[in-house]
Ligand binder design. Sequence first.
Ligand SMILES: Nc1nc2c(c(=O)[nH]1)N[C@H]1C(S)=C(S)[C@@H](COP(=O)(O)OP(=O)(O)OC[C@H]3O[C@@H](n4cnc5c(=O)[nH]c(N)nc54)[C@H](O)[C@@H]3O)O[C@H]1N2
Ligand SMILES: Nc1nc2c(c(=O)[nH]1)N[C@H]1C(S)=C(S)[C@@H](COP(=O)(O)OP(=O)(O)OC[C@H]3O[C@@H](n4cnc5c(=O)[nH]c(N)nc54)[C@H](O)[C@@H]3O)O[C@H]1N2
Ligand code: SF4
Ligand SMILES: [Mo]
Length: 769
Amino acid sequence: MSSKFRRNISLTGPLSFSKKGEFKEPLGYAGGSPSVQHALQHTFKEMGVSKGLKGLLKMNQKNGFDCPSCAWPDPEKPKAGVEYCENGAKALADEVTHQSIGADFFQKYSVEELSLLSDFELNKHGRLTEPLILRPNSLHYEPISWEGAYQLIADEFGKMDSPDEAIFYTSGRSSNEAAFLYGMFARALGTNNMPDCSNMCHESSGVALSETLGIGKGSVKLEDFYHAEVVIVAGQNPGTNHPRMLSALEICRKNGGKIISINPLKEAGLVNFKNPQKIKGWLGNGVALADIHLQVNINQDIPLVKLLLKKLLHLDLENQGQIFDHAFIEKYTEGYDKLVADLEKFEEAHLLEQCGVDQQLIDSTVELLSKKTKIIVCWAMGLTQHKNGVENIREFVNLLLLKGAIGKPNAGTCPVRGHSNVQGDRSVGIHHYVNPTLNERIEKHFGFKAPTKVGYDTVETIQAMHEEKTKVFVCLGGNFLMAASDTRYTAEAIQNCELTVQISTKLNRSHLVTGKTALILPTLGRSEKDEQNGKEQFITTENSMGKVRWSKGLFEPTRGSIKSEPKIIAEIANAYFKGLHSVPWSRLGNDYALIREYIDKIAKGFDDTENKSKGSGYYLPNNVRELDFSNLPNGRAQLTINQLPKHDLGANELMLMTVRSHDQFNTTIYGMDDRYRGVYNERRVLFMNESDMKSKGLQKHDAVHLTSQYDGKERKATYFKVIPYDIPKGNLAAYYPETNLLVPHNHFADRSQTPISKSIKVTIEKAVV
Ligand SMILES: Nc1nc2c(c(=O)[nH]1)N[C@H]1C(S)=C(S)[C@@H](COP(=O)(O)OP(=O)(O)OC[C@H]3O[C@@H](n4cnc5c(=O)[nH]c(N)nc54)[C@H](O)[C@@H]3O)O[C@H]1N2
Ligand SMILES: Nc1nc2c(c(=O)[nH]1)N[C@H]1C(S)=C(S)[C@@H](COP(=O)(O)OP(=O)(O)OC[C@H]3O[C@@H](n4cnc5c(=O)[nH]c(N)nc54)[C@H](O)[C@@H]3O)O[C@H]1N2
Ligand code: SF4
Ligand SMILES: [Mo]
């Protein structure tokens, strides 16, 4: 461990391979009866049978709680008891687990010892149950009272030379109410330093969509999928990460729609799908959802879309303008002539070679798209986490605009969000940039002036901490250390803080790599009852399609002394301001209806949330659905010109994408399998094309080390088992967060600053084991 580290903490846990590792053929399908079995097994094991069933029956129901996992929406009329998927069930079980840890556990194990455990084992210890402090020269967390913890935080804030020495990170699981209060507290303190997980996630989508369509969110509703003619799923693995999206795709296909998947991997679920909620889905081989699979090279989506656009353009010229929607282009867009002129510059053969897709499949895709106008494009991290992440999305928007597939039913944009409330957190004010309207409203309704200096996003936070510009780092959920890029650099950065505060449900490595002093403040999960001032509270969330809905937990909170997120934030604010501030922090912490009143007044588009969020909820306004582009240059949607990605791979370098396994939620590892990809009991794997293995002299299951080299700095991630896989030549895949050590902190998407976690240049060397 580098001498820069105060404590001898392992950043990786064990690097050895499991003796039980097994590697089989990838499953041809997602869902099906194993999916139901896995969901139930996992839930019952962690929660017990009766509690498990009770939870699953209430999840995503109108009178229940919102699934804490992904942000996929619920149907207008949820079917009783079956609106969950395997991964939603796992997330629930993980939250409501009957395992828990308190002060005695931390007295027994030092943070150094705990760091030797894997992320899977750390999480397995269960829920955090009481506030804890790690003092400067200690290796053990010890108990502290809530009041003591609040006072310590207030004192550290008090010692800062400027409010910008404080940083407030948010992960996307927090409710609108908690996030709103947290954002207001940061501003009341005087800083916009509000990095959030979105910076590492869909920030590229937000930037691209704002620039082209005037809103950083998607435009489709769930029902739009049902009658879309074509759904393009690009850079997304819904079978694992948004499982119920497959049901929407299934309905679309049943109604005659076609699905095109664009992905270097043939992800299960797109290739074949069995609907686990239907008995007939348990039998047989399921359905292949993707009609066309375009096996693109990593980060070569722009050449692929350009090729499609170029061919469509030629068809349009040959067919008297019948292929593009010229009336739409004329009326609503700007930049058509420039785009057409630019397309002419590219050679089809070159584009074809770059994207690596079969010519015949390109032709079938062009033929399909030429005839259709109701087109939806969905995407996730496969498009956003590249240097040209923003451009990737703008290029797909070009396709939609040219086809007039925007602002009408069954067509549009669908960035599929990650965390269950990442979109809501943004809507209620978690962002590092300055929103003048928001600031005006804060002044009007809360009576204080919000800061006007742009704050740090995630990559700037790491940089600032590394340069010792910051003192207090507060995290509302998440696992910043393991989620961020460049694990070693990020760890060095975090250790420079005077105080780090984690408001968390479960133990993770961010509790072990800390500032000089560290606090853990245990908090309630979404599925738990939240009572304040003798009254049961509910919270609200916004799903991936902009709908705000209420959510109410049903389980008795984990034993011990845990508090809700809004309550903790309100109490920190009180300890700092000592009652001398215009915001009624205590009242807000005691009454979430009052928080909602302020959200309605201050955050854009929220309206009578108290009432309208009940039942199936309400949609926030969306200008694209109204074909209103008045906030864009000349009041028009923007067609854009995007460059081809440049990589300059060195002679021995291959391109690595870091992906999720089926048994994880981000840095939370539920289990060691990736069933759909045929991997069991092992996470240290490297998926590789067989011809690359041959040329590197590697055999199946050989151990290798990975090295990335950027700006003369070498980064290493050691011990991965090579798995021959159906992945394009020159491309590699391995799991996040094990590979985050390789991602350079200073390489990110232009303008959105999202780390390049899906296109890392690496070399491979054989390891001796
Ligand atoms: N069960 C479960 N659900 C989750 C999560 C989880 O960890 N577990 N995480 C949540 C979060 S926060 C998010 S953001 C989402 C993430 O959802 P996804 O984005 O689906 O997650 P990833 O595993 O990162 O998968 C990226 C996909 O993009 C493909 N890909 C990679 N590079 C490229 C490329 O250059 N071009 C194209 N066309 N494809 C590419 C990969 O092969 C992979 O299929 O899921 C959310 N839901
Ligand atoms: N290499 C690579 N890096 C990536 C990605 C990638 O694809 N590749 N993906 C990026 C993406 S898309 C994202 S979103 C980030 C994720 O980054 P984060 O959001 O920071 O990470 P999570 O793993 O979701 O956070 C898990 C922790 O949140 C806490 N938690 C869970 N539920 C709650 C709750 O209800 N309240 C509170 N207060 N705490 C809770 C638990 O302690 C748990 O350990 O990672 C990013 N990093
Ligand atoms: S699709 Fe996402 S939100 Fe829906 S049940 Fe599954 S994990 Fe939960
Ligand atoms: Mo995400």
